[in-house]
Design a protein around this ligand. Structure first.
Ligand code: ADP
Ligand code: ADP
Ligand code: ADP
Length: 213
């Protein structure tokens, strides 16, 4: 399966991805995670993108398209993939479709994590992540067993620098202006499934499974 997850920041893409990934043996490609790793490692790419990410703005289409093109070649992605946080502009979507067409493949489904903006601030400001594994917690909705510590590895959790109410505003603005048109783009191709992303995580998972069966 070749899937795209689209939704505003905090809509639950990162929470559902590991579940879908394991159930269908797909690789999980999250451009935000890859960019944050590059920022943390201070690679040339990381240095280039840090400012835009800190402000909650999108980074350039060419950079993320390059990252995805490279990542999709991994052996673990040959059975299919979950794109989480990509494409975020219509240009990215067109380039992705071209890339896939060259390999004689295409996107099977686009899962739209539909949710009201009003719910997102609480989700984002309470988010804690374990960067090495991508596991995500929430101080109120999904707390770790020990505060600030990953349940599995015992390693520390971090809060993202851009997970503030202030930066969330810019990220939501970018979502509505630049990413919502991507939903229309795939709707016209008949690929979009709406998910009730405001429901509890387990119910969202059930809806995802229904959409993919
Ligand atoms: P995204 O990847 O779309 O930005 P996340 O999956 O990281 O969003 O979720 C954002 C925060 O909200 C996390 O702290 C996560 O634990 C929590 N969360 C995810 N899904 C739900 C849900 N269905 N109900 C309540 N909280 C959720
Ligand atoms: P979210 O939790 O908001 O869905 P992500 O982790 O997906 O956030 O993305 C974090 C930041 O990384 C974005 O605000 C943006 O600066 C950058 N980014 C991630 N994916 C893309 C993309 N496909 N195009 C442009 N910028 C991106
Ligand atoms: P600062 O601007 O304070 O120097 P950093 O460069 O330390 O910030 O981190 C930039 C962002 O990347 C922050 O949101 C931080 O939480 C996040 N981050 C730090 N280390 C990692 C990592 N190994 N993987 C993913 N994200 C990380």
């Amino acid at each position: 399966k070749r899937l795209i997850l689209i939704g505003p920041p905090g809509s639950g893409k990162g929470t559902q991805s590991p579940i879908i990934k394991d159930e269908y043996c797909l690789c999980h490609l999250a451009t935000g995670d890859m960019l944050r790793a590059a920022v943390a490692a201070k690679t040339p790419l990381g240095i280039k993108v840090k400012e835009a990410m800190d402000k909650g703005e999108l980074v350039s289409d060419d950079l993320v398209v390059g990252i995805i093109d490279e990542a999709m070649k991994k052996p673990s992605c040959q059975k299919g993939f979950i794109l989480d946080g990509f494409p975020r502009t219509v240009v990215q979507a067109q380039k992705l479709d071209e890339m896939l067409a060259k390999q004689g493949s295409k996107i099977d489904k686009v899962l739209n994590f539909a949710i009201d903006d009003a719910i997102l601030e609480e989700r984002i400001t309470g988010r804690w992540i374990h960067p090495p594994s991508g596991r995500t917690y929430h101080s109120k909705f999904a707390p770790p067993k020990v505060s600030g510590i990953d349940d599995v590895s015992g390693e520390p959790l971090i809060q993202r620098k851009d997970d503030t109410a202030e930066v969330l505003k810019s990220r939501l603005e970018a979502f509505h202006r630049q990413t919502e048109p991507v939903i229309d783009y795939y709707s016209k191709k008949g690929l979009v499934v709406q998910l009730p992303a405001e429901k509890p995580p387990k119910e969202v998972t059930t809806e995802v499974e229904k959409a993919l069966s």
